[in-house]
Design a protein around this ligand. Structure first.
Ligand SMILES: [Zn+2]
Length: 366
């Protein structure tokens, strides 16, 4: 097939897509084991990791994995799994993994948003990222200028997205959000007075700033980076890890309710949820990194007008985190290119006719 006919095919499929807006949410270090299996009974009943075993059992316990996951992630299982797609249940042979070998946050977020598991990105330090990310790429496209916004709990995101170069709107940790509304002023006041149990602001302030910004400014692409799950896990607090995961699910439910009630966003917005890395199993659940094999295992959930309601995907496949950047762009009808290699988009997310040969797999060493 010649280049011209491929281009025409690309144009054609773009016209069929309904997604004009994209909301991306990440839950830092949230294991696929809980997403697909609910609370881990052994960890939940271990007093080393769970203070109020009875209370947590009441909230998130159950006889089957189906019952437990529904309690922990009711929005993911009642709405996203019914109307959208879930990837990463390794018990079904469906795998999502990091291509970067490090399996911690900065390399993970770099891989998600640049599509390039760059081995030079190997620390969590506040170093400006040299790699171009898909959010700044989208922010340069017609109709999307100054319509991309990032809200993050972790204060390293301005470096991951290279705020200086990308000129993206980024609100991280204790940054004050300027929306000129009394609601936003209240959010700003509250976050400045919080006890900050995880050192950075609690996720609820990140979420509320994002939601109120959406109401006031109608950005077309919003990224919400939640962090509590990873922090509580590192502290060995399984109960708080579960509570934060459940709160994140309720935030997903809340944002979807807003999206579908807004004439601006309804039926034109895709929601994608994922994480930067997994964690170990049994007592290793508290940690992650290159020495803990399972910490490269992640998951993806998608819901939107161009995503077929396949539910829990059981196709035997391996999807890499580096494929997300091109997938985000493709949902909006763009092909993400950069001055570095970019992983090819995930087949099955977005318009089914869009998975053409025009975007070829690239050989990045895993
Ligand atoms: Zn971590």
């Amino acid at each position: 097939m010649g280049i011209c006919s491929l281009l025409m095919m690309g144009m054609h499929t773009m016209a069929q897509q309904q997604t004009e807006n994209l909301v991306i949410v990440t839950l830092d270090g949230m294991r696929w084991q809980e997403v697909f299996g609910g609370a881990d009974a052994a960890l939940m009943h271990n007093s080393k990791y769970t203070n109020d075993i009875g209370g947590i059992q009441h909230l998130f316990g159950g006889k089957t994995e189906q019952e437990k996951r529904q309690k922990l992630f009711p929005f993911i299982w009642n709405t996203m799994a019914k109307q959208g797609q879930l990837y990463g249940n390794r018990k079904l042979g469906n795998k999502v993994e990091t291509a970067n070998p490090y399996k911690f946050s900065y390399p993970g977020y770099n891989e998600i948003f640049t599509g390039f598991p760059d081995t030079a990105v190997n620390s969590n330090d506040k170093v400006l990222n040299n790699n171009t990310n898909v959010l700044e790429f989208i922010n340069q496209q017609q109709g999307y200028q100054d319509k991309v916004a990032v809200f993050a709990t972790w204060d390293v995101f301005p470096y991951i997205f290279n705020k200086q170069r990308s000129k993206l709107y980024i609100n991280a940790d204790m940054d004050t959000a300027h929306a000129g509304s009394s609601t936003m002023n209240l959010v700003n006041d509250m976050q400045s007075l919080t006890s900050k149990p995880i050192d950075v602001r609690p996720d609820i302030f990140t979420y509320m700033a994002a939601r109120e910004y959406m109401k006031a400014n109608q950005p077309k692409v919003v990224y919400i980076a939640l962090d509590e799950t990873d922090d509580f896990a590192h502290h060995g607090m399984y109960d708080q890890y579960l509570r934060s995961a459940n709160a994140a699910d309720r935030m997903l439910s809340d944002i979807w309710k807003y999206i579908q009630s807004s004439p601006y966003y309804a039926n034109r917005t895709t929601l994608m949820v994922t994480c930067d890395h997994g964690r170990g199993e049994k007592d290793k659940w508290v940690d992650h990194g290159d020495e803990i094999k399972e910490s490269g295992q992640t998951w993806i959930a998608v819901l939107g007008p161009d995503t077929a309601p396949m539910g829990e995907v059981s196709t035997k496949q391996v999807i890499y985190q580096k494929q997300l950047a091109a997938t985000f762009a493709s949902l909006l009808g763009f092909e993400f290119t950069a001055n570095h290699p970019v992983g090819f988009q995930i087949a099955g997310i977005g318009s089914p006719t869009q998975q053409t040969a025009s975007i070829k797999p690239i050989g990045i060493a895993k």
